[in-house]
Design a protein. Sequence first.
Length: 167
Amino acid sequence: MAGVHRGPSAGATVEEVGVKSVKFPHLIARFREMGETVSSEAQDSAFAAGVLTPAELALWHSMDPRDRRHAVGVTRRFAAGCRGAVREELAAALLHDVGKSQVSMGRLARSVATVAALTSTMRRYRDHERIGAQMLKSIGAHPRTVELVAGTASDAVAVALRAADDA
């Protein structure tokens, strides 16, 4: 059938398949975390409401409950490791995965996409930082929040945020 993509050819290179270097312990922890029951949504929402603007909070609520729980955990680790973090930086921690809300994928597909982008949906999922930054720009979020969510910052705060996400 013309125009139908059936995945990579048998001799495809790693780059052609879109395989990404990934920290497997982090991937395993996220996979396990996605399977857990979300039990503290009210506490997570209250925590987020104490940090985010109303427009940011609306985006945060558009995220999957497991992504919201993960984001709160990342934010707590980030705040503990980066004591001088300002509101805009804490907002970035809470919203670092907001772009994933634009791509509907199950637990297993998300994990596969983290390693290899085999489909257009998986490629969009892997582009969640850029998508999230665009979402934040569209609501007028602070440029520092946008920069951190986009993954374009490389200062000590950005390093601390990535470390909190990888923990």
